[in-house]
Design a protein around this ligand. Structure first.
Ligand code: ADP
Ligand code: MG
Length: 253
């Protein structure tokens, strides 16, 4: 058995009176290292909030999130990134006035590290290495021709790919993507699907939230289904597709 890289342990999150995640008992699931988990559920089910809890943007009301044995409820988002967790947001967050390349290089920067290499005089070689790495990940997501374009000129799909590149340049062990196919045309979706399959094959751990079930059920190892913040079902894509509760949640919504 592979060990769990991520453990969500009886987590709840309330916003005032609203139980956004976990209901009363708390939400629990775990992600073994190197596996690909899909997270689905109707609008408002708590998927993005769950991502915010895992990445430290929000702190749980109760329960714990453990990444590689470290309790994230006492860590800052910047610490969490340095533990090897990368994430994208449902609404892309790139810098619109910078170029594609600049966005990836900014994303790769870790302030403390940059300062250290300046002090050690290693800044130039670090920048060169970073430039090469940025070129590699941009090639991987198909944005090589856009490298010097300003981000404001990208299509919605290209912007999503840029967000993936900005995370990949940091070499995350676990990558969380929030609705990566939203606003992405079918050919770019197919490309994204291949990229995720490759990342998975390389041993990277993936957690992906999707509205597009067809996309996710073809490539994920296992799926967690949320409804009203609570776990409705979990299993392999085949089990999820056959689950009456899941079918009712989607058809009834
Ligand atoms: P999903 O991503 O599954 O569509 P969300 O996690 O965004 O769902 O939202 C779950 C519930 O929590 C929704 O009812 C939403 O309105 C509410 N919610 C999310 N973020 C906040 C917030 N910062 N303050 C108050 N309510 C929120
Ligand atoms: Mg969401």
């Amino acid at each position: 058995m592979t060990r769990d890289l991520l453990v969500v342990d009886k987590v709840t999150k309330r916003f005032g009176g609203l139980k956004a995640v976990g209901g009363d008992a708390g939400l629990s699931f775990s992600v073994p290292e190197g596996t690909f988990l899909g997270l689905i559920g109707p609008n408002g089910a708590g998927k993005s909030t769950t991502f915010n809890l895992i990445s430290g943007v929000l702190k749980p009301t109760s329960g714990a999130v453990i990444l590689d044995g470290k309790d994230l409820s006492v860590a800052r988002p910047s610490d969490i990134a340095s533990y090897g967790l990368g994430r994208t947001f449902q609404t892309p967050r790139a810098f619109p006035s910078l170029t594609v390349l600049e966005n990836v290089m900014v994303g790769a920067d870790n302030e403390g590290e940059t300062l250290l290499s300046v002090l050690r005089g290693g800044w130039r070689s670090r920048e060169r290495a970073l430039r090469a790495k940025a070129g590699e990940v941009l090639d991987r997501v198909g944005l090589t021709e856009r490298i010097n374009d300003v981000v404001a000129n990208l299509s919605g799909g290209e912007l999503r790919m840029l967000e993936v590149a900005r995370q990949l340049v940091r070499d995350p062990r676990i990558l969380l993507l929030d609705e990566p196919t939203a606003g992405v045309d079918p050919s770019l979706q197919a490309k994204l699907s291949r990229i995720l399959v490759d990342l998975h094959a390389e041993g990277r751990t993936l957690v992906v939230v999707e509205h597009n079930l067809h996309f996710l059920l073809q490539i994920a190892d296992s799926v967690v289904v949320l409804q009203n913040g609570e776990l409705l079902s979990k299993g392999t894509p085949g089990e999820i597709k056959a689950d009456e509760k899941v079918i009712a949640a989607y058809l009834g919504a």
